[in-house]
Design a protein around this ligand. Structure first.
Ligand code: G4P
Length: 530
């Protein structure tokens, strides 16, 4: 197989959902179809258990196990599929956002009863910003839930994306009979079955055929005909280009736990989803088909076990071929590095690889050289853009409890920030360290790791901020006035960008009104345009 074919066959994507919608179950079924695992339960056991929310050591232990499932690769119908796992726990949302920079498309799982939930909205916002193509899987059709047209309306409004059903459910809950595949004109009948992966499929070329009445009953058949007519009336025909541009999301209905609707989803996914795409750098856009290797680090996983203090940096290959033991340029450090043990992740196994292609994610053992967003190339001095930071939601000031250990504390904090555990803002006077996170759990992680890895003791004092907004403006005079008026609420981020720490929504709105020429960004994504 030549280089171009190796790229074209790859599909790198992430599955996202609000916790409990069925992401883990769906992932597992996809792996079963791909033959990557032999039995159900293999992925599930690695899942961060919901009950453990306050016990971070337990979560870390499980996170450790789940490194192996961070990337799950398998072959299906001539395609090489890479699923990038995203943590469901909301305190690790930032991890998920960063993982989304390394995928080329996304499958969004929605629970038919719950519809769009808070986490779903936030994740979709990230997809929209990056124009990531999205397929929606409406799960748990074996349970009663929202009426299909209402749910599709809700998706369009809450997620600000057009939708287009490609399958249509016949009933739901106890009356759920299966789905009609609009795209392939077939009827798939449902039978609750958690282990079998085959479905009863009938080709129904013409839905007006009386055969349909015989199979699913007269009334449901009539209802289906009416609903399909409405679907065709309400929604534009499926347009792959619009999907690839992130403008329309095809929708599938099914029941992951019963293996129902998963095969259609996977088959259609293979047909329509994008092969690896390029990425932009501060210098120029990079095409995956370029012969020279380039890639970026989007995630760092630290091992909490003091006997194994190694870290794994996850690198997405953007262009060219990555080769084991070849020297590459670490752009930020301006240093040549080679990697004797790059690993790929095949379901539960980690194995050393010789080569990797665009779309692949590889694990590089690291002793502290990498931070999130780092770029490796064959020498060209460029940095990939767009590993976004989002405004944290909880802010606490870090106080050093042992002045003799302030060097260790500084080093430890810097390392943890590089790994993306939290964000750090420096406030003047006095270089005060304000740590921002999306969840309380991170503070426990930081505290624990500073003591255990760096011997540094600290204390967190809550600070009452609501959002950190990056600010930009062309109006220097207005910026100066703003700085004078708000000096006690200003800070700088890790790259020395100016940040406004707003105390309430109201005060943020006031600032926006009072300083109309200043833009207040809630994510650092605007730097893409810089
Ligand atoms: P998540 O990763 O998005 O958090 O969700 P997960 O797959 O863990 O699924 C959450 C719960 O929903 C699980 O039940 C799972 O079995 C169930 N589920 C998934 N798909 C379907 C479906 O199509 N129909 C129905 N009725 N349930 C579904 P649980 O009780 O939390 O866990 P378990 O004890 O069943 O493993």
């Amino acid at each position: 197989m030549n280089f171009n074919e190796s790229i074209e066959k790859r599909r790198t994507f992430g599955i996202i959902s609000h916790p409990d919608a069925g992401k883990t179950t769906l992932t597992e079924k996809l792996l079963l179809f791909g033959g990557a695992i032999q039995s159900a339960g293999a992925v599930k056991n690695n899942k961060i258990k919901k009950t453990a929310t306050s016990d971070f050591m337990e979560i870390e232990k499980q996170r450790g196990i789940s490194v192996a499932t961070s990337v799950m690769a398998f072959g299906y119908k001539n395609k090489q599929i890479n699923i990038l796992d995203t943590p469901g726990h909301k305190d690790f949302a930032e991890d998920t956002f960063r993982t989304l920079t390394a995928v080329d498309s996304v499958i969004l799982v929605i629970d038919v009863a719950s519809g769009v939930e808070s986490q779903t909205e936030k994740l979709m916002e990230v997809c929209r910003m990056r124009k990531t193509p999205v397929i929606i899987f409406i799960n748990k059709m074996d349970r009663d839930g929202k009426e299909s047209f209402d749910l599709l309306d809700e998706l369009e409004h809450s997620l600000t994306i057009k939708v287009r059903p490609l399958t249509w459910p016949i009933g739901m809950g106890d009356r759920f009979q299966g789905v009609y595949n609009i795209y392939q004109k077939g009827l798939n009948l449902f039978s609750a079955n958690k282990t079998k992966i085959a479905e009863d499929v009938y080709a129904v070329e013409d839905i007006n055929d009386k055969e349909l009445d015989e199979i699913i009953g007269e009334e449901p058949a009539e209802e289906l005909r009416e609903e399909l007519e409405m679907v065709e009336g309400v929604y534009d025909a499926f347009d792959r280009e619009a999907y690839l541009a992130g403008e329309v999301a095809p929708v599938f209905f099914g029941s992951a736990v019963n293996n129902f609707g998963v095969k259609e989803l996977l088959d259609t996914f293979c047909e329509i989803s994008p092969s690896p795409r390029g990425r932009i750098t501060d210098l120029r856009p990079i095409d995956p088909y370029e012969s020279k290797f380039s890639g970026f680090v989007f995630k760092i996983h630290a091992n909490l076990d003091p006997k194994h203090r190694d870290r794994i940096a996850f690198l997405r290959v953007v262009s060219g071929t990555f080769e084991r033991n070849k020297f590459y340029q670490h752009i930020r450090l301006n240093k040549k590095m080679k990697f004797p043990n790059p690993t790929s992740f095949m379901a539960q196994d980690k194995s050393v690889i010789e080569q990797a292609y665009p779309g692949d994610v590889i694990g590089l053992y690291d002793t502290g050289n990498f931070k999130i967003g780092d770029t490796l190339t064959e020498g060209e001095k460029m940095m990939f853009k767009g590993i976004p930071s989002f405004s944290p939601e909880i802010f606490q000031e870090l106080e050093n409890l042992d002045p003799m250990k302030s060097k260790q504390l500084d080093k430890g904090v810097r390392q943890l920030i590089d790994e993306g555990v939290a964000q750090l803002f420096i406030q003047q006077p006095g270089n005060r360290k304000i740590v921002g996170t999306v969840g309380q759990l991170q503070f426990e992680v930081i505290n624990y790791r500073l003591i255990n890895e760096y011997g540094a003791k600290c204390r967190f004092v809550p600070r009452n901020y609501f959002k950190a907004c990056w600010i930009t403006t062309d109006n220097e005079a207005q910026l100066e006035t703003f700085k004078k008026a708000k000096h006690n609420l200003l800070a700088t981020d890790k790259d020395d960008n100016l940040v406004f720490l707003a105390e309430t929504t109201f005060l943020l709105t006031m600032a926006e009104q009072d300083y109309p020429d200043i833009t207040f960004h809630k994510t650092s994504e605007f730097m893409l345009d810089k």
